[in-house]
Design a protein around this ligand. Structure first.
Ligand code: ZN
Length: 379
């Protein structure tokens, strides 16, 4: 995610914080300062930081539960609206997805229980008035926050955890795509109720309604892609007729290739046939303007683009492409040789074709790829 800063690395997971989070802190500090001076401002900022610590621990709950099933979480990002744990993928088994979804709220239940115990103990301390300085004690406020986090996430709508639990419960009885579309409809229905209640004077509910509506729509779209491409391999969808450029080429040669072909991205390969980078049309045009046609492509190409194996499952490669926001992924064979390009246009075409064909029978007919992996459990 752009504009996020690395904060720490805990249990092999990068913890990042989005720049807008600091705006939230500044805003909270300013509001509290106006109401009660510097002490109130510091109190407010500490309170918000502790809330986000609870959110972070919630996300770690998801990440560590996913790790049990061999799913990595490269990073967790804290945003003003909450935390996002970027899981490599969702578990395929509904029961496992349920465990991962429930693990977050369970962390908040544990925190709430610990705060409850703490409050029970401190009420016997000689001077409780000192803690009550701001009306309600900090542990009590945090207790309420954690209870709210559990309630909010229990709402059975994407992108809340309750939406995933609902989908997992449905997916135990029907196929994944159908389960998702039912769960997404339920979520959008709930979003509409929030929105309507929000119209009667609660802007927060209005905002949550919009947030939930798009979350549900997004999940439904992603599940549709997943269901029509299940079992497909990258090799079935990659572009195999394309032009690559040698590492020593200049922008002038790249311009020629750009005009001659309909390609927008060009893999750059070295003498041994290994991919060293990708030159995009936008980068090419920008560099032409800045440094002229004699510039070597090696200075302009993008080198941060991951490659994928031709036998990789389609949805994994699609997730990789979305994650890095890449214009194209080089597809390699087992010897590391470039055999194709995986591009958003081709992915779009593949999804259209698969949706049109629909049946698994037709899928087998157009895909020379190896058969789908045996299912590891009920879908
Ligand atoms: Zn969660």
């Amino acid at each position: 995610m752009r504009w996020s800063f690395h904060l720490a690395r805990i249990a092999g997971i990068d913890v990042k914080i989005h720049a807008t989070f600091f705006l939230l802190l500044a805003w909270i500090g300013w509001i509290h300062h106006r109401a009660g001076g510097l002490t109130a401002a510091i109190d407010g900022i500490i309170y918000v930081c502790l809330i986000f610590l609870c959110v972070l621990l919630h996300e770690f709950g998801h990440a560590l539960a996913a790790r049990r099933y061999g799913i990595k979480t490269p990073d967790i990002t804290l945003l003003p609206i909450g935390g996002v744990a970027r899981l490599e993928r969702m578990p395929d088994k509904p029961s496992e997805e349920m465990v991962v979804a429930v693990a977050g709220p369970i962390v908040n239940i544990v925190i709430a229980a610990a705060l409850w115990l703490l409050m029970g103990l401190t009420s016997h301390l000689p001077d409780p008035d000192l803690m009550q300085a701001t009306g309600i004690s900090l542990p009590a406020r945090l207790f309420v926050v954690n209870v709210w986090l559990v309630i909010f996430n229990a709402i059975p709508a994407f992108p809340m955890d309750g939406g995933r639990v609902l989908r997992a419960l449905l997916a135990m009885r029907m196929d994944y795509g159908r389960a998702t579309s039912i769960a997404a409809s339920v979520g959008q229905g709930i979003a509409a109720v929030f929105f309507m209640l929000g119209l009667f004077g609660n802007p927060m509910l209005l905002l949550i309604g919009v947030f939930v509506y798009f979350g549900a729509a997004n999940e439904a779209a992603f599940a549709q892609i997943k269901s029509v491409t299940t079992g497909l391999r990258v090799s079935a969808a990659m572009v195999t007729q394309f032009q690559s450029l040698p590492l020593g080429a200049t922008l002038n040669e790249a311009v020629e290739a750009l005009l001659r072909t309909s390609q927008h991205e060009f893999p750059i390969v070295d003498d041994l046939g290994k991919v060293r980078g990708i030159l995009t049309r936008n980068d090419l045009i920008a560099a032409l303007r800045k440094s002229g046609p004699g510039t070597p492509v090696a200075e302009v190409m993008r080198v941060d683009i991951p490659s994928v194996h031709h036998s990789m499952l389609f949805d994994r490669a699609f997730a990789t492409m979305q994650e890095c926001n890449c214009p194209a992924l080089p597809v390699l064979d087992s010897n590391g040789r470039l055999v194709g390009l995986f591009t958003p246009e081709n992915v779009g075409e593949m999804i259209m074709v698969q949706s049109a064909l629909g049946s698994a029978h037709a899928r087998a007919a157009i895909s020379p790829a190896p058969p789908p992996l045996p299912s590891t459990g009920p879908r």
